[in-house]
Design a protein around this ligand. Structure first.
Ligand code: ZN
Length: 242
């Protein structure tokens, strides 16, 4: 079984379309989305409709939950809160009900999926060895998939030895030994210095993973954001991937 894994789309329709074109070229058996379909970006309704139609598994993320009013916006910084308020006013009933039906974690026969981390599926960032170690202790899954940090990661645990870190574009990992925690990176707002949209292709028969990046028309998303009067810092960061 080959699976395309996407996360943190953040209402960036042009990034999502570019990723799905690359996904379709690989013709995987399934598409899994780790959450944060909306928040920050200018096209929340379209992204919800596409993900609802295409994803075999979709989690809900912290931004999705804030944007549908399920959790309080006070956890957000000023720009994230402003974007969430805008998104809340834009979200159509269909999109709202789609997001409202999702959970922040899921189990499949070959992997466990969390928006953020097994230690807290909504909020905890896995960005340090310590956080990764806690994540491995919180579940027995051999393969853990997380999103949330917007940083593509490949972390390996073998006989108590933790290794790995940021996954660069085109990095390939062999998943056959030990346990793994992978983050595909973010489709719509990468924060690892590479502004291209990120996704991950898994081959769960051969037990391998391949980190992918795809260019998309960033300036189109930026001009839609300016038209929507979303915070300029959120517009600017897309060009730098940080
Ligand atoms: Zn996110």
């Amino acid at each position: 079984m080959r699976v395309a894994v996407i996360s943190d789309i953040h209402a960036n329709l042009h990034a999502l379309e570019a990723v799905l074109e690359a996904v379709d070229a690989e013709a995987p058996d399934a598409l899994w989305c780790l959450g944060d379909v909306v928040g920050y970006g200018p096209r929340p309704n379209e992204c919800c409709a596409i993900v609802e139609e295409r994803a075999d598994v979709c989690l809900v993320g912290n931004h999705d939950l804030v944007c549908i009013g399920a959790i309080d916006v006070s956890m957000f910084n000023y720009d994230a809160a402003a974007a969430a308020a805008w998104t809340r006013s834009e979200l159509a009933a269909d999109a709202r009900s789609f997001l409202g039906r999702l959970q922040p974690q899921a189990k499949t026969p070959l992997a466990e999926l969390f928006h953020a981390s097994p230690t807290d599926p909504v909020w905890n960032y896995v960005l340090s060895d310590e956080a990764a170690s806690w994540a491995f202790q919180a579940t027995e899954a051999a393969l853990i998939l997380v999103g949330h940090s917007h940083v593509a990661l490949q972390i390996h645990l073998d006989h108590d030895l933790l290794a790995g870190g940021v996954a660069r574009a085109d990095a390939a990992v062999a998943l056959s030994t030990g346990r793994w925690l992978l983050n595909p990176g973010s489709v719509g707002q990468p924060r690892d210095g590479d502004p291209r949209a990120a996704w991950l292709l898994l081959d769960l028969e051969r037990m391998s993973g391949s980190f992918r990046r795809v260019a998309y028309p960033i300036e189109r998303t930026q001009s839609e954001m300016r038209e929507a009067e979303l915070p300029e810092a959120l517009v600017a960061r897309l060009a730098f991937g940080e």
